[in-house]
Design a protein around this ligand. Structure first.
Ligand code: MG
Length: 267
């Protein structure tokens, strides 16, 4: 009887130990998960099949990849709202594009996004007007917090971390790949948002990669926190998904062909 009790007790102890051990193991990192497959393993799942997009020309926007979420349908701003009051976005819509209305305020997507691939096209006013930061200024605010600067940086000197394609106030672009004002320019952005633990402590900084007109200008840089003017505010715990914002900086900058592909953990 005593032996049986001891045996039962041991079994419970082992079961408890295993339960605690298994449930406290961190989730496998993506590279660990990848290592479960041997080289050239034919039982490894194939990637999903999609139809790739087409490139834009100055006259015509390209077609997004088939698995992208289109953020602007070329006709209206139904996917966007005003940041000021949550009402309809008050920017103008032209033939296949929309544009900032100076003084109307920032706009944001109605949906929230986390880690993503984002494609944006914009054109700054032609003829150009103003100098330095006061020339074709707008901005792509990832999660509404981290600005990839939009500016007319063609023959226009400003501080380095405020040029077009800068992570504003943090990282200048690696090169100035600006096209002249009035021409359509592209940003292809890969963004991984920050992570926080249950107590709100930062466990991973956000990172961003940016191709500006097809040229690598931000190479997986670690964003230091929300971008700001003459400030470096610290991270504060935020949800994994937040709306994308576009900046009204009092200049009529045009946008077209915006699309986003959400990335899963490990992509
Ligand atoms: Mg800006």
């Amino acid at each position: 009887m005593r032996k049986a009790l001891l045996l039962a007790g041991s079994c419970i102890a082992i079961a408890l130990f295993l339960t605690v051990t298994i449930t406290t193991q961190p989730l496998a990192a993506p590279q660990d998960a990848a290592q479960q497959w041997g080289p050239n393993d034919r039982s490894r799942p194939e990637p999903p099949i999609i139809t790739p997009g087409t490139a834009s020309t100055q006259d015509r926007p390209g077609r997004p990849p088939s698995d992208a979420t289109v953020l602007f349908n070329g006709k209206d701003l139904s996917n966007w709202e005003s940041v000021k009051d949550g009402g309809p976005a008050k920017w103008t819509v032209g033939k296949g594009y929309f544009a900032t209305v100076p003084g109307s305020g920032y706009i944001r997507t109605k949906d929230a996004y986390g880690d993503c691939q984002l494609h944006v096209e914009y054109a700054t006013p032609n003829p150009p007007h103003g100098t330095d930061q006061d020339r074709g200024n707008s901005g792509v605010f990832l999660q509404g917090l981290y600005e990839i600067q939009v500016l007319d940086s063609y023959n226009n000197v400003t501080y380095a971390d405020g040029e077009a394609a800068a992570v504003y106030g943090q990282y200048p672009p690696l090169v100035n790949a600006a096209r002249p004002p009035g021409e359509w320019q592209t940003y292809d952005i890969v963004f991984h948002g920050p992570r926080f633990d249950a107590s709100g402590k930062l466990t991973r900084k956000a990172t961003v990669t940016v191709f500006y007109n097809g040229v690598l200008v931000q190479d997986n840089v670690e964003i230091m926190g929300p971008t700001a003017h003459h400030q470096r505010p610290p991270y504060e715990a935020t949800p994994e998904k937040l709306p994308l914002q576009l900046q009204d900086h009092n200049h009529p900058v045009k946008y077209r062909n915006l699309w986003i592909r959400e990335l899963k953990e490990g992509e």
